[in-house]
Design a protein around this ligand. Structure first.
Ligand SMILES: Cc1cc2nc3c(=O)[nH]c(=O)nc-3n(C[C@H](O)[C@H](O)[C@H](O)COP(=O)(O)OP(=O)(O)OC[C@H]3O[C@@H](n4cnc5c(N)ncnc54)[C@H](O)[C@@H]3O)c2cc1C
Ligand SMILES: NC(=O)c1ccc[n+]([C@@H]2O[C@H](COP(=O)([O-])OP(=O)(O)OC[C@H]3O[C@@H](n4cnc5c(N)ncnc54)[C@H](OP(=O)(O)O)[C@@H]3O)[C@@H](O)[C@H]2O)c1
Length: 512
């Protein structure tokens, strides 16, 4: 019997899933709400570049075109994704302008599902009783229809569509401000001339200290110079990386080798690992000391009181490693960027009032680069309140999944591209590979209680590290698990020393 598979989203994760399903003989249908594939790479701010070296952000069986660029710009990234889709003939499987507004599991009672001891009741991927009904809407005509399928892959992405703006008490929020407020996404959605004209001549404050915040601040400073400095308003200090390949290579040795992972915390670590990590902790401290000293030498962290209160190793663990735009600190030095720490702030008529600062920061425009709540897209797509609750962890984040793909109690469904990674393309590809092998019967899932034990260990781990599921500090350990499940050898290097000390990169996981 032909099994129907639906993939929701045609960003990199959905496209990779489509390619892997096609390779196993399935005929998936990909629903994409936009009229273009590529997800976040379709439209972003003008200066966006890849911040992962391109060899790490590479489809396993589709190399980048030859060029000198280590960090291609967003147009090159989008062109690369589009040529991947063309090369593997994926486009004809995509229903563009088609939003999946809800998904509903039909055929089995929720009470029965909750009592299952094996995934889907029997441990089999497909069931003859249960199916998913996907309600889809054409985004142009708003006409809707329902598709019934046997398996769903959610590849909705986390960092678009649901912008987050902090809430303020009444009378202290944007409503009292005489200028404009927008989110980084509104700015990213403008065409480049419009964006430049929009900020030209304005006194701008950008809120946040993530990648969008520093990039938009640099763009504003380039347009307005020191006559109208751009204020970057941040509540916590963070480590930023330079755009040099050698530095990235060094980070690889310090943080992404098997030896480095022996020193790191991990979900469900046992006594032996804890003992080893504790014994070797001076080494981890030394790695942090060396890399942080380099960054403090390279950038004026001390001069501007920017030294973060946590170690670089924790930044790697929690996916907080962003590249600072070239020339950023020169613009701080020449006065076109002002850095303003603000643990708390509110609005007034003239601009922003920073707690304990006597004078307001007078501005005409505030851009919130305060991130996204993409988890809501994933949770809200389920009709079932029970499934929504199962997927909601502390702080409304997504509860950890088994192998970061499967919820032990939600049958016939996988979610890819949620866990943070040093290369979201690489981790999405590993997940898709694992999911199709599962569907192909290469391996079976353990019982629901065993899977829940793993997800509980992940919950405890994420609680220890900021609440977000992140793979960079343990990506070898994680990839080992996927490879072992698929019956493949996780040891990918030649020789004991290389296995222990050489950084692992996506190329190690290519299968010939
Ligand atoms: C500007 C920017 C730069 C980045 N740079 C890097 C980088 O250098 N390195 C890195 O590793 N990561 C980077 N990231 C993270 C990035 O999100 C991932 O690398 C990756 O592109 C995400 O792919 P995705 O397919 O998971 O999600 P997305 O690209 O967000 O794609 C999801 C797709 O699903 C569609 N969709 C959503 N909901 C529905 C629905 N209900 N129905 C139908 N379709 C739907 C969306 O329209 C979208 O096309 C960057 C993110 C941004 C925003
Ligand atoms: N490749 C590229 O060039 C590129 C470009 C843009 C974006 N991206 C990626 O896109 C994703 C989203 O980036 P992002 O910058 O939008 O989001 P982000 O990384 O989540 O950063 C959000 C920032 O907003 C701050 N913030 C949140 N709530 C706040 C509040 N109430 N008050 C003050 N500050 C608050 C956070 O501060 P705290 O740190 O204190 O929590 C954080 O600095 C990331 O994965 C990023 O790497 C990549």
């Amino acid at each position: 019997m032909e099994r129907k598979v639906a993939i929701v989203g045609a960003g990199i994760a959905g496209l990779i899933a489509c390619k892997y399903f096609l390779s196993k003989g399935y005929k998936p249908i990909v629903f994409e709400s936009k009229s273009r594939l590529g997800g976040v790479w379709c439209k972003t701010i003008e200066t966006t570049k890849l911040q992962t070296v391109k060899q790490f952000y590479e489809f396993m069986d589709f190399p980048w075109p030859e060029s000198e660029e280590t960090y291609p710009n967003h147009e090159e990234v989008l062109a690369y994704i589009e040529s991947y889709a063309q090369h593997f003939d994926l486009i004809r499987h995509i229903a563009f302008d088609t939003e999946v507004v809800s998904i509903d599991y039909q055929g089995v009672d929720e009470e029965e599902i909750m009592a299952w001891g094996m995934w889907g009741g029997t441990g089999e991927v497909f069931s003859n009783k249960g199916k998913w009904n996907l309600k889809v809407e054409n985004t142009r005509t708003r006409s809707s229809e329902v598709h019934q399928v046997d398996f769903v892959i959610l590849a909705l992405g986390l960092v678009r569509d649901v912008p987050y703006v902090p809430e303020f008490p009444t009378g202290k929020g944007p409503e009292v401000f005489q200028g404009d407020t927008i989110h980084a996404q509104d700015y990213a959605d403008m065409d480049y001339d419009k964006a430049r004209n929009f900020i030209r001549g304005k006194r701008v404050a950008v809120v946040g200290f993530g990648k969008f915040a520093v990039d938009i601040t640099a763009e504003c400073a380039a347009v307005n110079g020191k006559d109208r400095p751009c204020t970057l308003l941040f509540r916590r200090k963070h480590w930023f990386m330079p755009e040099t390949k050698n530095w990235r290579n060094l980070l690889g040795y310090l943080y992404t080798s098997r030896f480095a992972e022996l020193l790191a915390d991990r979900p469900g670590r046992g006594c032996l690992h804890t003992l080893l990590a504790t014994t070797l902790s001076p080494l981890r401290w030394l790695f942090s000391f060396l890399s942080e000293s380099y960054l403090k030498w390279k950038f004026p962290y001390k001069k501007y009181g920017l030294v973060p209160k946590y170690h670089l190793s924790e930044a790697v663990t929690t996916c907080k490693v962003n590249i600072v735009p070239e020339g950023f600190f020169d613009r701080v030095d020449d006065g076109s960027i002002k850095l303003q720490k603000a643990e708390e702030f509110s609005f007034c008529k003239e601009g922003i009032l920073v707690k304990r600062e006597p004078e307001p920061v007078e501005v005409d425009l505030v851009i919130f680069a305060t991130g996204y709540r993409g988890e809501r897209k994933v949770q809200d797509i389920f009709v079932s309140k029970t499934f929504r609750n199962l997927l909601t962890g502390p702080d409304s984040k997504i509860a950890p999944l088994y192998r970061q793909c499967i919820h032990p109690r939600i049958p016939q469904l996988a979610i890819v591209g949620l866990a943070g990674s040093f290369s979201m393309l690489f981790s999405s590809e590993m997940m898709c590979k694992w999911v199709v092998e599962l569907l192909d019967g290469t391996f079976k899932l353990p019982s629901v209680p065993e899977m829940e034990k793993c997800t509980k260990e992940w919950s405890e781990y994420t609680k220890r590290h900021g609440g977000k599921t992140c793979l960079p500090a343990i990506h070898i350990w994680y990839s080992d698990q996927l490879f072992k499940d698929m019956g493949l050898n996780p040891r990918r290097k030649n020789g004991f020393l290389a296995e222990l000390f050489e950084p692992y990169s996506p190329s190690d996981y290519k299968l010939s």
